[in-house]
Design a protein around this ligand. Structure first.
Ligand code: CUA
Length: 375
Protein backbone atom coordinates (compact mmCIF):
# COMPACT_ATOMS: atom_id res chain seq x y z
CA UNK A 1 0.00 0.00 0.00
CA UNK A 2 1.39 3.34 -0.97
CA UNK A 3 0.54 6.17 1.36
CA UNK A 4 1.52 9.78 1.22
CA UNK A 5 4.39 9.92 3.65
CA UNK A 6 6.07 13.16 2.79
CA UNK A 7 6.78 15.53 5.59
CA UNK A 8 5.94 19.17 5.49
CA UNK A 9 6.98 22.48 6.95
CA UNK A 10 4.55 22.95 9.73
CA UNK A 11 4.07 26.55 10.59
CA UNK A 12 2.46 29.24 8.55
CA UNK A 13 1.42 32.83 8.89
CA UNK A 14 2.25 33.36 12.51
CA UNK A 15 2.07 37.08 13.09
CA UNK A 16 4.40 37.08 16.08
CA UNK A 17 7.67 35.56 17.20
CA UNK A 18 8.89 34.70 13.73
CA UNK A 19 7.66 32.01 11.45
CA UNK A 20 9.03 28.99 13.26
CA UNK A 21 7.47 28.90 16.67
CA UNK A 22 6.92 25.18 17.02
CA UNK A 23 4.85 25.54 20.18
CA UNK A 24 1.91 26.98 18.28
CA UNK A 25 1.92 24.57 15.41
CA UNK A 26 0.86 21.03 14.88
CA UNK A 27 2.60 18.50 12.81
CA UNK A 28 0.80 15.40 11.76
CA UNK A 29 3.28 13.28 9.84
CA UNK A 30 1.94 11.62 6.71
CA UNK A 31 -1.41 13.19 7.36
CA UNK A 32 -1.65 15.76 4.60
CA UNK A 33 -1.31 15.52 0.87
CA UNK A 34 1.71 17.01 -0.86
CA UNK A 35 2.05 20.69 -0.15
CA UNK A 36 -0.63 20.88 2.52
CA UNK A 37 0.28 22.47 5.78
CA UNK A 38 -1.56 21.68 8.97
CA UNK A 39 -1.37 24.48 11.50
CA UNK A 40 -3.38 25.84 14.38
CA UNK A 41 -1.54 29.09 13.62
CA UNK A 42 -3.55 29.59 10.42
CA UNK A 43 -4.86 33.09 11.00
CA UNK A 44 -7.52 32.83 8.31
CA UNK A 45 -9.82 31.22 10.86
CA UNK A 46 -11.44 33.45 13.47
CA UNK A 47 -11.45 30.50 15.85
CA UNK A 48 -7.68 30.12 15.49
CA UNK A 49 -7.16 33.88 15.80
CA UNK A 50 -9.00 34.03 19.11
CA UNK A 51 -7.15 31.05 20.55
CA UNK A 52 -3.85 32.41 19.23
CA UNK A 53 -4.08 35.81 20.91
CA UNK A 54 -5.12 34.25 24.18
CA UNK A 55 -2.14 31.90 23.95
CA UNK A 56 0.21 34.81 23.30
CA UNK A 57 -1.02 36.61 26.41
CA UNK A 58 -0.50 33.49 28.52
CA UNK A 59 2.90 32.72 26.98
CA UNK A 60 4.10 36.30 27.64
CA UNK A 61 2.97 36.02 31.27
CA UNK A 62 4.75 32.66 31.57
CA UNK A 63 7.99 34.15 30.23
CA UNK A 64 7.83 37.06 32.68
CA UNK A 65 7.15 34.66 35.56
CA UNK A 66 9.99 32.36 34.49
CA UNK A 67 12.47 35.24 34.38
CA UNK A 68 11.23 36.66 37.71
CA UNK A 69 11.36 33.33 39.57
CA UNK A 70 14.77 32.46 38.09
CA UNK A 71 16.15 35.84 39.14
CA UNK A 72 14.78 35.50 42.67
CA UNK A 73 16.18 31.99 42.97
CA UNK A 74 19.72 32.87 41.86
CA UNK A 75 19.69 36.09 43.87
CA UNK A 76 18.66 34.30 47.07
CA UNK A 77 21.07 31.41 46.66
CA UNK A 78 23.92 33.79 46.00
CA UNK A 79 23.13 36.25 48.74
CA UNK A 80 22.63 33.76 51.55
CA UNK A 81 25.34 31.32 50.56
CA UNK A 82 27.44 30.02 53.47
CA UNK A 83 30.78 28.85 52.19
CA UNK A 84 32.48 27.52 55.28
CA UNK A 85 29.60 25.58 56.82
CA UNK A 86 30.84 26.41 60.28
CA UNK A 87 28.22 28.83 61.56
CA UNK A 88 24.78 27.89 62.87
CA UNK A 89 22.13 29.03 60.30
CA UNK A 90 20.08 32.07 61.25
CA UNK A 91 16.94 31.02 63.11
CA UNK A 92 13.95 33.12 62.10
CA UNK A 93 10.17 32.93 62.08
CA UNK A 94 9.65 33.87 58.43
CA UNK A 95 8.70 36.88 56.38
CA UNK A 96 5.03 37.80 56.47
CA UNK A 97 5.20 40.30 53.62
CA UNK A 98 7.01 37.86 51.34
CA UNK A 99 4.49 35.11 52.10
CA UNK A 100 1.56 37.43 51.38
CA UNK A 101 3.23 38.31 48.09
CA UNK A 102 3.81 34.67 47.20
CA UNK A 103 0.10 33.94 47.70
CA UNK A 104 -1.26 37.18 46.26
CA UNK A 105 0.68 37.23 42.98
CA UNK A 106 -0.28 33.66 41.85
CA UNK A 107 -3.93 34.39 42.72
CA UNK A 108 -3.81 37.48 40.49
CA UNK A 109 -2.12 35.52 37.68
CA UNK A 110 -4.66 32.68 37.81
CA UNK A 111 -7.51 35.22 37.90
CA UNK A 112 -6.21 36.95 34.78
CA UNK A 113 -5.83 33.63 32.92
CA UNK A 114 -9.33 32.59 34.00
CA UNK A 115 -10.80 35.84 32.68
CA UNK A 116 -8.90 35.49 29.38
CA UNK A 117 -10.04 31.87 28.96
CA UNK A 118 -13.67 32.63 29.84
CA UNK A 119 -13.70 35.59 27.44
CA UNK A 120 -12.29 33.47 24.59
CA UNK A 121 -14.76 30.66 25.27
CA UNK A 122 -17.60 33.17 25.26
CA UNK A 123 -16.47 34.34 21.83
CA UNK A 124 -15.81 31.01 20.08
CA UNK A 125 -18.35 28.64 21.65
CA UNK A 126 -21.84 30.07 20.99
CA UNK A 127 -23.29 29.04 17.63
CA UNK A 128 -24.16 32.18 15.61
CA UNK A 129 -27.76 32.24 14.40
CA UNK A 130 -26.64 32.63 10.78
CA UNK A 131 -24.17 29.71 10.87
CA UNK A 132 -24.37 27.04 8.20
CA UNK A 133 -25.19 23.71 9.83
CA UNK A 134 -23.49 20.48 8.84
CA UNK A 135 -23.96 17.14 10.59
CA UNK A 136 -20.77 15.12 10.80
CA UNK A 137 -20.66 11.41 11.62
CA UNK A 138 -17.43 9.52 12.18
CA UNK A 139 -17.34 5.78 11.48
CA UNK A 140 -14.63 3.16 11.10
CA UNK A 141 -12.92 4.58 9.04
CA UNK A 142 -14.56 7.42 7.17
CA UNK A 143 -16.64 10.58 7.57
CA UNK A 144 -20.21 11.40 6.55
CA UNK A 145 -21.09 15.05 5.97
CA UNK A 146 -24.79 15.87 5.87
CA UNK A 147 -26.30 19.21 4.99
CA UNK A 148 -29.78 19.27 6.46
CA UNK A 149 -32.22 20.96 4.16
CA UNK A 150 -34.11 23.86 5.70
CA UNK A 151 -35.18 27.36 4.73
CA UNK A 152 -32.58 28.74 7.16
CA UNK A 153 -29.88 26.95 5.20
CA UNK A 154 -31.29 28.24 1.93
CA UNK A 155 -31.74 24.62 0.91
CA UNK A 156 -34.64 22.26 0.52
CA UNK A 157 -33.34 18.70 0.60
CA UNK A 158 -30.68 16.82 2.47
CA UNK A 159 -27.33 16.47 0.75
CA UNK A 160 -24.72 14.03 1.98
CA UNK A 161 -21.12 13.56 0.94
CA UNK A 162 -18.37 11.20 2.04
CA UNK A 163 -14.99 12.40 3.28
CA UNK A 164 -15.12 15.73 1.42
CA UNK A 165 -16.73 18.64 3.25
CA UNK A 166 -17.64 21.59 1.06
CA UNK A 167 -18.18 24.89 2.91
CA UNK A 168 -18.51 28.56 2.02
CA UNK A 169 -15.54 30.75 2.99
CA UNK A 170 -16.24 33.74 5.24
CA UNK A 171 -19.06 32.09 7.16
CA UNK A 172 -19.26 30.24 10.45
CA UNK A 173 -19.93 26.54 9.94
CA UNK A 174 -21.74 24.88 12.85
CA UNK A 175 -20.52 21.30 12.94
CA UNK A 176 -22.70 18.88 14.90
CA UNK A 177 -20.53 15.87 15.44
CA UNK A 178 -21.33 12.31 16.46
CA UNK A 179 -20.10 8.79 15.72
CA UNK A 180 -21.54 5.48 14.65
CA UNK A 181 -19.33 2.89 16.32
CA UNK A 182 -16.42 4.00 18.49
CA UNK A 183 -15.12 7.41 19.58
CA UNK A 184 -13.43 9.40 16.82
CA UNK A 185 -12.43 13.06 16.76
CA UNK A 186 -12.97 15.68 14.06
CA UNK A 187 -10.05 18.02 13.48
CA UNK A 188 -9.21 20.33 10.62
CA UNK A 189 -6.44 22.34 12.37
CA UNK A 190 -6.43 25.27 9.92
CA UNK A 191 -10.15 25.87 10.46
CA UNK A 192 -10.54 25.58 14.23
CA UNK A 193 -10.50 23.29 17.21
CA UNK A 194 -11.13 19.60 17.48
CA UNK A 195 -14.09 17.77 18.98
CA UNK A 196 -14.59 14.16 19.95
CA UNK A 197 -17.17 12.29 17.89
CA UNK A 198 -18.95 10.10 20.42
CA UNK A 199 -21.68 7.54 19.67
CA UNK A 200 -25.00 8.69 21.14
CA UNK A 201 -23.78 12.23 21.76
CA UNK A 202 -24.15 15.30 19.57
CA UNK A 203 -21.90 18.29 20.04
CA UNK A 204 -22.00 21.48 18.02
CA UNK A 205 -19.03 23.76 17.52
CA UNK A 206 -17.83 26.17 14.86
CA UNK A 207 -15.12 26.10 12.23
CA UNK A 208 -14.45 28.86 9.69
CA UNK A 209 -11.97 30.36 7.29
CA UNK A 210 -11.79 33.64 5.38
CA UNK A 211 -9.61 32.12 2.73
CA UNK A 212 -11.00 29.82 0.01
CA UNK A 213 -8.93 26.67 -0.39
CA UNK A 214 -8.67 22.93 0.18
CA UNK A 215 -7.77 22.05 3.77
CA UNK A 216 -6.75 18.80 5.38
CA UNK A 217 -8.67 17.17 8.22
CA UNK A 218 -8.00 14.06 10.27
CA UNK A 219 -9.50 11.81 12.85
CA UNK A 220 -7.49 12.81 15.91
CA UNK A 221 -8.41 10.06 18.35
CA UNK A 222 -7.11 6.50 18.10
CA UNK A 223 -10.10 4.52 16.85
CA UNK A 224 -8.77 1.32 15.36
CA UNK A 225 -6.60 -0.19 12.67
CA UNK A 226 -7.08 2.60 10.15
CA UNK A 227 -7.21 5.59 12.49
CA UNK A 228 -4.35 7.17 10.51
CA UNK A 229 -6.29 6.52 7.29
CA UNK A 230 -9.40 8.33 8.47
CA UNK A 231 -8.88 11.66 6.82
CA UNK A 232 -11.03 14.20 5.10
CA UNK A 233 -10.80 17.29 2.96
CA UNK A 234 -12.52 20.59 3.60
CA UNK A 235 -13.10 22.55 0.42
CA UNK A 236 -13.85 26.19 1.25
CA UNK A 237 -15.39 27.89 -1.77
CA UNK A 238 -16.20 31.56 -2.36
CA UNK A 239 -19.85 32.14 -1.48
CA UNK A 240 -21.15 32.26 -5.07
CA UNK A 241 -19.42 28.98 -5.95
CA UNK A 242 -20.69 27.34 -2.78
CA UNK A 243 -24.23 28.44 -3.60
CA UNK A 244 -23.87 26.90 -7.06
CA UNK A 245 -22.58 23.67 -5.53
CA UNK A 246 -25.27 23.30 -2.90
CA UNK A 247 -28.08 24.15 -5.32
CA UNK A 248 -26.82 21.56 -7.81
CA UNK A 249 -26.30 19.00 -5.06
CA UNK A 250 -29.84 19.59 -3.80
CA UNK A 251 -31.42 19.00 -7.17
CA UNK A 252 -28.89 16.36 -8.24
CA UNK A 253 -30.09 13.22 -9.92
CA UNK A 254 -27.40 10.73 -10.81
CA UNK A 255 -26.88 10.67 -14.58
CA UNK A 256 -28.20 7.53 -16.26
CA UNK A 257 -25.51 5.14 -17.51
CA UNK A 258 -24.73 5.87 -21.16
CA UNK A 259 -22.28 3.18 -22.29
CA UNK A 260 -22.57 -0.61 -22.17
CA UNK A 261 -19.80 -0.63 -19.58
CA UNK A 262 -21.58 1.90 -17.34
CA UNK A 263 -24.85 0.00 -17.73
CA UNK A 264 -23.25 -3.25 -16.58
CA UNK A 265 -21.61 -1.34 -13.71
CA UNK A 266 -24.99 0.17 -12.79
CA UNK A 267 -26.62 -3.27 -12.72
CA UNK A 268 -23.92 -4.74 -10.50
CA UNK A 269 -24.06 -1.68 -8.24
CA UNK A 270 -27.83 -1.88 -7.83
CA UNK A 271 -28.47 -5.64 -7.88
CA UNK A 272 -25.12 -7.20 -7.18
CA UNK A 273 -23.97 -10.37 -8.81
CA UNK A 274 -24.92 -13.83 -7.55
CA UNK A 275 -21.36 -15.06 -8.04
CA UNK A 276 -19.92 -12.19 -5.99
CA UNK A 277 -21.34 -13.69 -2.82
CA UNK A 278 -21.94 -10.42 -0.98
CA UNK A 279 -24.61 -7.74 -0.86
CA UNK A 280 -24.87 -5.29 -3.76
CA UNK A 281 -23.20 -1.85 -3.43
CA UNK A 282 -26.64 -0.23 -3.17
CA UNK A 283 -27.41 -1.93 0.14
CA UNK A 284 -24.70 0.16 1.82
CA UNK A 285 -24.19 3.19 -0.44
CA UNK A 286 -26.55 5.96 -1.49
CA UNK A 287 -26.69 7.40 -4.99
CA UNK A 288 -29.11 10.33 -5.09
CA UNK A 289 -31.75 9.91 -7.77
CA UNK A 290 -31.43 6.11 -7.98
CA UNK A 291 -32.87 3.24 -5.90
CA UNK A 292 -29.56 3.02 -4.03
CA UNK A 293 -30.26 4.41 -0.56
CA UNK A 294 -27.81 2.64 1.76
CA UNK A 295 -26.35 4.57 4.66
CA UNK A 296 -23.78 2.09 5.94
CA UNK A 297 -20.94 3.38 3.74
CA UNK A 298 -20.09 6.75 2.21
CA UNK A 299 -22.58 8.47 -0.08
CA UNK A 300 -21.56 7.82 -3.71
CA UNK A 301 -23.91 10.34 -5.34
CA UNK A 302 -21.18 12.39 -6.99
CA UNK A 303 -18.21 10.11 -6.54
CA UNK A 304 -16.99 11.08 -10.02
CA UNK A 305 -16.62 14.69 -8.86
CA UNK A 306 -14.54 13.73 -5.84
CA UNK A 307 -10.75 13.67 -5.76
CA UNK A 308 -10.06 11.29 -2.87
CA UNK A 309 -10.55 7.61 -2.15
CA UNK A 310 -10.48 5.56 1.06
CA UNK A 311 -11.16 8.56 3.34
CA UNK A 312 -8.37 10.63 1.86
CA UNK A 313 -5.66 7.97 1.52
CA UNK A 314 -5.33 8.46 -2.22
CA UNK A 315 -5.83 11.55 -4.32
CA UNK A 316 -6.00 12.33 -8.01
CA UNK A 317 -4.25 9.76 -10.18
CA UNK A 318 -3.38 7.52 -7.23
CA UNK A 319 -7.05 7.44 -6.42
CA UNK A 320 -7.97 6.19 -9.86
CA UNK A 321 -5.31 3.49 -9.68
CA UNK A 322 -6.81 2.20 -6.42
CA UNK A 323 -10.51 2.11 -7.29
CA UNK A 324 -10.53 -1.46 -8.61
CA UNK A 325 -8.28 -2.98 -5.90
CA UNK A 326 -10.50 -1.17 -3.42
CA UNK A 327 -13.72 -2.69 -4.75
CA UNK A 328 -12.17 -6.13 -5.04
CA UNK A 329 -10.73 -6.36 -1.54
CA UNK A 330 -10.95 -3.18 0.44
CA UNK A 331 -9.40 -4.57 3.64
CA UNK A 332 -6.29 -5.58 1.68
CA UNK A 333 -5.53 -1.96 0.84
CA UNK A 334 -6.91 -0.32 4.00
CA UNK A 335 -6.60 -2.16 7.32
CA UNK A 336 -9.94 -2.64 9.07
CA UNK A 337 -12.03 -1.54 6.08
CA UNK A 338 -15.50 -2.93 6.63
CA UNK A 339 -16.63 -3.27 3.03
CA UNK A 340 -16.90 -6.97 2.16
CA UNK A 341 -14.50 -8.38 -0.44
CA UNK A 342 -15.74 -9.07 -3.97
CA UNK A 343 -12.98 -11.45 -4.98
CA UNK A 344 -14.94 -13.25 -7.66
CA UNK A 345 -15.78 -10.14 -9.70
CA UNK A 346 -14.06 -10.36 -13.09
CA UNK A 347 -11.67 -7.69 -14.34
CA UNK A 348 -14.43 -6.71 -16.77
CA UNK A 349 -16.97 -6.28 -13.98
CA UNK A 350 -14.55 -4.27 -11.85
CA UNK A 351 -13.80 -2.02 -14.82
CA UNK A 352 -17.51 -1.55 -15.45
CA UNK A 353 -18.20 -0.71 -11.81
CA UNK A 354 -15.38 1.82 -11.90
CA UNK A 355 -16.78 3.32 -15.11
CA UNK A 356 -20.22 3.64 -13.54
CA UNK A 357 -19.16 5.27 -10.27
CA UNK A 358 -16.82 7.66 -12.10
CA UNK A 359 -19.76 8.71 -14.28
CA UNK A 360 -21.58 9.99 -11.19
CA UNK A 361 -20.74 13.67 -11.54
CA UNK A 362 -22.07 17.04 -10.60
CA UNK A 363 -22.52 19.52 -13.45
CA UNK A 364 -19.16 21.17 -14.27
CA UNK A 365 -20.27 24.53 -12.87
CA UNK A 366 -20.99 22.90 -9.49
CA UNK A 367 -17.89 20.70 -9.30
CA UNK A 368 -15.77 21.85 -6.39
CA UNK A 369 -12.28 20.48 -7.11
CA UNK A 370 -9.69 22.53 -8.96
CA UNK A 371 -11.45 25.84 -8.30
CA UNK A 372 -9.56 26.85 -5.17
CA UNK A 373 -5.89 26.30 -4.27
CA UNK A 374 -4.71 23.46 -2.06
CA UNK A 375 -3.58 25.01 1.23
CU1 CUA B 1 -11.47 7.60 13.72
CU2 CUA B 1 -9.30 7.81 14.70
Amino acid sequence: MKLNTQTYPFVRRLPLLGANLGAASVFLGSAASAGQILSIGDMSSSYNRNIWWMSIAVIVMAIVIFIGVSYALFYTVNKFREDKHTAEPDQFHGNNRLEQLLIGVPVIIVTIITILAARTMAIVNPTPTDALHVNVTGAQFWWAFEYPGSPLQGTTGTVTNGNELVIPAGRQIAITVTAKDVIHAFWAPNLGGQRDAIPGSKKTFQIDTDRPGVYQGNCSLLCGASHANMRFKVVALPKAQYDTFIAAAQSYKAPAPTTASERNGYNIFMQGKASAGAAPCSSCHRVQGTPAAGAVGPDMSFFGSRNTLGAGIWEGKEREAHIQPWIKHCAAVKPGCEMPPYLSLSAQDLGDLEAYILSLKLPDAAAYWGKVPVR
